[in-house]
Design a protein. Structure first.
Length: 195
């Protein structure tokens, strides 16, 4: 299926989900993340903050659990620079002041910038992904540009409310594929649980 068709279909599907269903699926995704991906003190995890009106995966439970259980792990979140068409990355702390941008994304104000090469693991918002690790987002390329600036060994994990589609038929040369994706049904490709 073409990206544009998938984007339209998945946005409609996701917007139709009741809030409690999004919350339940998001909780399951968070539980699977911690069960399958061990973290070490000193690592930096990049986490997107959800656009609530778009029924994105709620990453706040992941962030809260990182703060409580992994105080040595630094949490970075994106800030959108629409003029330059890039994301910058900022340290999220308990003191961070968040303000919604024009797209409804909460962003920290005046927070310490974290260069992309310092990120060890990236949680990526998805509308859809396929079994080859290709992904569909909102189509602006922000994450492709960000991931291209990361170290080659950065772990790229997509979070999706839906299972993979068979094939995205029009990936382009700039697309950076996923290493893993987490859905409420499990981790793709299958990964042994730590627990």
């Amino acid at each position: 299926m073409l990206k544009a068709e998938l984007r339209k279909l998945m946005l409609q599907q996701r917007r139709a989900l009741p809030a409690e269903e999004v919350a339940a699926r998001s909780q399951r995704i968070g539980d699977l993340f911690f069960a399958h991906f061990p973290l070490r003190p000193g690592q930096t995890v990049h986490v997107f903050l959800p656009i609530v009106k778009n029924n994105e995966v709620n990453t706040w439970p992941i962030i809260e659990r990182l703060r409580l259980e992994q105080p040595g792990v630094r949490v970075a979140v994106p800030v959108t620079d629409a003029a330059q068409h890039v994301l910058t990355h900022h340290h999220l702390t308990d003191e961070s002041v968040l303000v919604e941008n024009p797209w409804g994304i909460p962003e920290p104000q005046d927070a310490q910038i974290i260069p992309a090469p310092e990120v060890d693991l990236v949680l990526i918002p998805l509308l859809a992904f396929d079994k080859a690790g290709h992904r569909v987002g909102y189509g602006k390329g922000f994450y492709d540009r960000f991931l291209a600036d990361c170290r080659p060994e950065v772990l790229k994990i997509g979070l999706s409310l839906e299972p993979p589609v068979e094939q995205i038929s029009d990936p382009n040369a700039f697309d950076v594929p996923l290493d893993y994706a987490i859905t409420p049904q499990g981790v793709w490709p299958e990964k042994e649980s730590l627990g």
